[in-house]
Design a protein around this ligand. Structure first.
Ligand SMILES: [Zn+2]
Length: 479
C-alpha cells in the first residue's frame, strides 16, 4: 500500500536540519515530502510516490516552534487587566497579590484552553508544555486541537497569601499538596498513554518555595522512574530569592543542586534571579556553571517579565556559559514570534550589545533547544525521520517584503501575520492564519462572558475586598 505522502515542490526557502553541522541551514528551491509519521524527503528533487503536491514558490518552510512554558487555566481571562499592576513591596511583581483574584468555571476553562492553544498555533507553535490545574476537558481539548502537547499538572503544599499589600505569607497544607501530587501522576500517566500519540506528561511541582524538600525529591523520583521531564518555577522573583536565602541560605539553583534535582530532564521557569544577576547581592558565578554542568534547561519567557520591569541577564551570557536556553510564552499574548523578538530585544538591552544574541540563536532556542529540554530529537527540526511539524510562511506578505534573509524578516518584522499554514504530524492545524480543528471564535465569545463574570466577583477573592475598578483601574478615565 502506498503511504499518504504529500510533496511541496521547489520551496523558495526550506529551513532544514543539517546533522553534520548539528544546526539549521537554508536550502533554496528544495522539495520536501512527508506523511503522518514524519518527513520522508528533505531538499533536492523528490521523485518518489505521492498523493498530493503543492508549489513552494514564494514560500518559506520552517520547523514548528517548541514552547516549553505556558499556562492555560485562568491566564487567558486575565488579558488586558493586570498589565499595569504590581505589588511595590514585593519587587513590583503582580504574581502574589493579583493571580488568584479571577475565578473561572469548568465551561470557561475549556474556552480558555482553546483560545490559548489557538493563539499559540497561529504563531507557529506545534509543541507546547501547558502548566495548569487538571480538569476534565484538558486532555480531550488538547487532543482535538491537533497540537503536540506536554501536560504539566501543577501541585504545591503552600498557598501564597499577601497581607495588606506588602507581606507574602505561605499557608501550608501538606496533605492537600500530597493529594494534588497523586492526582497529577494519574494525569501524566493518562496523557502518556493517550491514543493520539501527541500527548505526553511532565511532572510539575509548581514553585520551588511552595513545596517541601521531601515533596520536591519525591516528585523528581516519580518523574525519573517514568522517564518524564520535570518542570518547576525557580529563581523567578526576587521575593522568592530572598525567601530561599532566609530558609536555606542558598540561591534557587544551589538549593536544587543540594536536593539532587538538577539534571538534563529539568526545565526551570524562569531562572532569572541567579547569583550573578545585578538585583541579587551574591556577586558569585556559581549558578550558570551548575546549570551548564547538569545540562538543565531554562524556560525563558521575556514578555511577561519585561512587562513587569524584569529581565534575565542575559540570554547570550547564559548560552555562552553553556546553558540550554529554551523559550516559553508563559501568559498572553501567547504569541511565540513576539516572544522571540522580545527575547532578542531583552538580551541586547540587558547584555548591552547587539552581539549578545543573534536571530539564529533565538531561532535555535525556539526549536532544537526546546526539543532537547523535552528529551526529543524528532521535533523542532526538518529532517528525514523527524515529525512533520512545520510552518509555511508567505514571502509575498507585505510585512515580509523585501526579502534578503527571510528568518530575520519573520522574527523582526512580520511575526505571525505572514504564517499561512501550520502542520502537526502532517495535518494542517492552522490555515490562512485560522485554527482548523477547534471552535476558536466560539471559545473567544465564552471567554468574554467569563472575564466579565470574574471581574464582577473579584472583590470576593481580594483580602481587602477591593472591586476590580480599584484593583486594576482602566488605563484612561471613563467619561
Ligand atoms: Zn509560569
Amino acid at each position: 500500500m502506498t503511504k499518504e505522502i504529500h510533496v511541496i515542490r521547489k520551496a523558495h526557502t526550506l529551513v532544514a536540519f543539517d546533522r553534520k553541522l548539528n544546526g539549521h541551514v537554508y536550502l533554496n528551491d528544495a522539495d520536501v515530502a512527508y506523511d503522518e509519521k514524519g518527513f520522508v524527503h528533505v531538499g533536492g528533487h523528490y521523485d518518489g510516490p505521492f498523493v498530493s503536491e503543492s508549489s513552494g514558490r514564494d514560500r518559506m518552510i520552517l520547523p514548528g516552534f517548541v514552547n516549553v512554558h505556558c499556562h492555560s487555566g485562568e491566564e487567558p481571562i486575565s488579558k488586558g487587566i493586570f498589565e499595569d499592576m504590581g505589588t511595590a513591596a514585593l519587587w513590583g511583581n503582580a504574581l502574589y497579590e493579583y493571580s488568584n483574584l479571577l475565578e473561572i468555571d469548568d465551561d470557561a476553562i475549556e474556552a480558555s484552553l482553546t483560545v490559548m492553544v489557538g493563539d499559540l498555533m497561529r504563531s507557529g507553535v506545534t509543541t507546547l508544555l501547558d502548566i495548569a490545574g487538571p480538569h476534565a476537558s484538558w486532555l480531550p481539548t488538547l487532543a482535538k486541537s491537533g497540537a503536540r502537547t506536554f501536560v504539566a499538572p501543577g501541585f504545591r503544599e503552600a498557598q501564597w497569601h499577601v497581607e495588606d499589600s506588602h507581606r507574602l505569607d505561605f499557608r501550608w497544607d501538606r496533605a492537600r499538596g500530597r493529594d494534588a501530587f497523586a492526582r497529577a501522576l494519574e494525569v501524566v500517566d493518562t496523557a502518556n498513554a493517550h491514543p493520539s500519540g501527541r500527548l505526553g506528561g511532565v511532572v510539575a511541582p509548581s514553585q520551588i518555595e511552595t513545596c517541601s524538600p521531601e515533596l520536591l525529591q519525591d516528585a523528581v523520583a516519580a518523574a525519573r522512574q517514568r522517564g518524564m521531564p520535570i518542570t518547576i518555577h525557580a529563581a523567578q522573583t526576587m521575593t522568592e530569592h530572598e525567601e530561599l536565602l532566609r530558609r536555606h541560605g542558598l540561591t534557587a539553583v544551589q538549593y536544587l543542586e543540594k536536593l539532587g534535582l538538577l539534571g538534563k530532564d529539568l526545565i526551570l521557569g524562569h531562572c532569572i534571579f541567579v547569583d550573578s544577576h545585578s538585583w541579587t547581592r551574591q556577586r558569585t558565578e556559581i549558578d550558570l556553571r551548575l546549570l551548564a554542568e547538569r545540562q538543565t534547561t531554562v524556560a525563558h519567557c521575556p514578555v511577561t517579565f519585561s512587562r513587569s520591569g524584569m529581565a534575565l541577564e542575559s540570554v547570550g551570557r547564559y548560552r555562552r556559559a553553556g546553558v540550554n536556553v529554551a523559550l516559553g510564552t508563559d501568559s498572553y499574548p501567547f504569541n511565540m514570534l513576539e516572544e522571540m523578538r522580545q527575547a532578542m530585544i531583552c538580551a541586547r538591552l540587558s547584555g548591552k550589545s547587539v552581539f549578545d544574541v543573534s536571530t539564529g540563536d533565538i531561532f535555535e532556542a525556539a526549536t532544537t533547544a526546546g526539543a532537547r529540554a523535552l528529551g526529543r530529537d524528532d521535533i523542532g527540526r526538518i529532517a528525514v525521520g523527524s515529525k512533520a511539524d512545520f510552518l509555511v510562511v508567505d514571502l509575498r506578505h507585505h510585512a515580509m517584503q523585501p526579502v534578503y534573509d527571510p528568518l530575520r524578516n519573520l522574527l523582526h518584522c512580520a511575526a505571525e501575520r505572514a504564517i499561512e499554514r501550520v502542520h502537526v504530524d502532517g495535518t494542517c492545524v492552522v490555515s490562512d492564519g485560522r485554527p482548523t480543528l477547534i471552535d476558536y471564535d466560539g471559545a473567544l465569545a465564552k471567554l468574554q462572558e467569563a472575564q466579565d463574570y470574574a471581574c464582577r466577583k473579584a472583590a470576593e477573592n481580594d483580602t481587602k475586598g477591593r472591586a476590580m475598578g480599584t484593583l486594576a483601574p482602566l488605563s484612561l478615565p471613563r467619561r
